[in-house]
Design a protein around this ligand. Structure first.
Ligand SMILES: Cc1ncc(COP(=O)(O)O)c(C=O)c1O
Length: 369
């Protein structure tokens, strides 16, 4: 038998409650548990990858990413987000996940407090713990938005504030006023803001505001994963002041070397090519959001309309969640996302309208039981 001795900061974190659901359910299960687009990557992006392979672009790339991609990302950040960066401000990473990891490794000292929305994306608390920091969840208001005044109180003495708008798991989109207030207060008090914007294109009525517009000490995290239906390609990036990049690149260099060369060439095609697929996906998510929201309301669930991403976060009794999963409607219990959410479930609508309608029928039967 192996004598086990593991690092406490790793042993203390749990396997993601969502990964466990990846293969959940029987043959006729409807999986509304997974946070990835059900669309295929657009053809011109795949073609660029195939071409890169044929041209032998298969070796290591510069650590920070190929210059074509970093330049394309600077243009994208200027055009879509009103942010001014040069390629020296960008590190291309293996998805948004790696960008979050390296930034927390670089910024967080042992015992530093890291704030993030609670309930929030599963990685924030876990990556903070792996970095030796102290995860500290920000409670949300009744509409699932960050309570700005409460957040300000909690920011004193904290090292990092992670923002995520549109948010996973809540679907909440923060207002410009909230984002501005949080960034300005944080930066004034020595708190670096890490803004995870991977769902920026999937907003249905409101608008997206990038946190980096309102302060200097902001790291923007983003990825091709959700925007271009490229979760498996593993391309993301961070954009940050050069001082941060100098530290983050060391972690990236030693743990990753570079993002996959082929995926980087594909990402150049994604960011510089035809963008119409994004609008098509957004429209389809919007139709599904409405179908799901109206269906759940009809059955009797009361909750604020999801404003973005592709999730509904629905108050449900634990027994309803368990029955849903038993009846093949795979949804994620809210406690996977933090301490304040055990009576909620996250329902992903990144699946077909037919699946959503079938899931609603089953939920209606369960609730009516
Ligand atoms: C809020 C949020 N940030 C980051 C990620 C990570 O994305 P990637 O697949 O690019 O690593 C996800 C994936 O689910 C997410 O929901």
């Amino acid at each position: 038998m192996i004598r086990q001795r593991y690092a406490g900061r790793v042993a203390s974190i749990e396997v993601s409650g969502i990964r466990k659901l990846f293969d959940a359910g029987g043959a006729d299960a409807i999986n509304l548990g997974i946070g990835q687009p059900d669309f295929d990557t657009p053809e011109h992006i795949k073609d660029a990858a195939v071409q890169a392979i044929r041209e032998g672009k298969t070796g290591y790339t510069p650590n920070a990413g190929i210059i074509e991609l970093r330049s394309a990302l600077c243009s994208k950040l200027e055009r879509e987000n009103g942010l001014h960066y040069t390629p020296e401000n960008i590190i291309v990473t293996a998805g948004g996940s790696e960008a979050l990891h390296i930034v927390l490794q670089a910024l967080v000292e042992n015992g530093d407090r890291v704030l993030f929305p609670d309930p929030g994306f599963v990685s924030y608390a876990a990556l903070t713990a792996v970095a030796g920091g102290r995860p500290d969840g920000l409670p949300l208001d009744a509409n699932l938005h960050i309570d700005v005044e409460k957040a300000k109180e909690m920011m004193d003495g904290a090292r990092v504030l992670i923002l995520n708008s549109p948010a996973n798991p809540t679907g909440a989109v923060e207002s410009e006023e909230s984002i501005r207030a949080l960034v300005e207060y944080g930066n004034d008090h020595g708190v670096t803001v890490v803004s995870d914007e991977v769902y920026e294109h999937f907003i249905y009525e409101k608008r997206h505001f990038s946190a980096a517009r309102y302060g200097e000490d902001v790291v923007t995290i983003n990825a091709a994963s959700k925007t271009y239906a490229m979760t498996g390609w593993r391309v993301g990036y961070l954009a940050a002041p050069e001082e941060h990049v100098e530290q983050c690149i060391k972690v990236h260099q030693y743990c990753q070397a570079c993002a996959t060369s082929i995926a980087q060439y594909a990402a150049v095609a994604a960011y510089t090519g035809d963008q119409s697929a994004i609008g098509r996906m957004r429209n389809e998510y919007w139709v599904r959001r409405n179908l799901l929201y109206e269906g759940l309301r009809r059955i009797g669930f009361e909750f604020p309309i999801p404003e973005g991403a592709f999730y509904a976060f629905v108050p449900m009794g634990r027994s309803v969640i368990e029955k849903a999963i038993e009846h093949g409607v795979i949804i994620v219990p809210g406690d996977a996302f933090g301490a304040n959410a055990s009576h909620y479930a996250r329902i992903s609508y990144a699946t077909s309208r037919e699946n959503l309608s079938r899931a609603l029928e089953r939920l209606e039967a369960i609730v009516g039981d």
